[in-house]
Design a protein around this ligand. Structure first.
Ligand code: SAH
Length: 235
């Protein structure tokens, strides 16, 4: 089996990279800035693809995630893509900082396109998720929730309205873009997200995100390891 993780930030991926001893293939995606790490696990392939950097900082957001996902699928031909990273969540839904979720749905929350139902439906996305996601979440004991993606770290009232109308629980900046590209290639996708901040607790999202990033990234490494072991039937 070939499993490809798509991760936005180096800091989110580093504990996972260290845990699995994946090694970098420098320049693999040239001229794209995306970074590729790989290793073999008992005849299976584990790839970790990062969006890369521009202007000295990690490329977060949908455009970079789409590029990384497309390059990864075309060049690595994974059987499964896993978008792993951090997210905001809602205290009112029982979320706490450091919680890990596996997604049971993924859509955009900041694409407001007037028109008929077809435009509205396409804008929101709602892309298919790997059909074993619920089985995996149940077996490992992770919560499940719907990821909604937008291009900003903050949350405007119109974002919240769309999130609530669509029962979104986890707010990120890449998930739906990764899932969009996977839907085009019919590549199964799972999302594994750990919570750095609570969107309904404080407006200081960036400060809280920074404070909890290292802890949440270790939680993500633990979760990714459990999912890999389950998928590859290791204990
Ligand atoms: N300037 C920041 C960039 C972080 S952007 C820095 O220096 O670290 C936040 C990243 O974490 C994105 O990749 C996004 O997917 C995720 N994320 C965490 N909390 C989020 C939230 N509340 N809303 C949207 N994305 C969030």
């Amino acid at each position: 089996m070939k499993i490809c993780f798509i991760v936005a930030m180096q800091a989110e991926a580093q504990p996972f990279i260290d845990r699995f001893g994946v090694s970098e293939a420098p320049g693999f995606f040239m001229p794209l800035p995306c970074k590729m790490y790989q290793t073999d696990i008992d005849g299976n392939k584990l790839y970790v693809v990062l969006n890369g950097q521009q202007q000295g900082s990690d490329l977060v957001g949908c455009e970079a995630a789409s590029v990384a996902t497309m390059a990864a699928i075309q060049q690595l031909h994974p059987d499964l893509v896993i978008n792993s990273g951090t997210c905001g969540a809602f205290k009112k839904n029982g979320a706490a900082i450091g919680d890990v979720y596996i997604s049971n749905g993924v859509m955009f929350h900041d694409r407001r396109v007037p028109g008929d139902d077809a435009w509205g439906t396409q804008s929101l996305g709602n892309y298919p998720i790997f059909d074993r996601a619920a089985e995996i979440a149940n077996a490992i004991g992770f919560k499940m929730g719907k990821v909604t993606t937008g291009s900003s770290l903050d949350m405007q009232p119109c974002d919240l309205q769309i999130i609530e109308e669509n029962h979104g629980e986890l707010k990120d900046m890449e998930g739906a873009a990764v899932a969009f590209v996977c839907s085009l290639f019919k590549t199964p996708i799972m999302l594994i997200k750990s919570v750095t901040d609570l969107c309904d607790e404080s407006a200081e999202t960036f400060e809280i995100f920074k404070k909890n990033l290292a802890m949440a990234s270790h939680a993500i490494a633990d979760a990714n390891e459990k999912v890999i072991n389950y998928l590859l039937k290791k204990s």
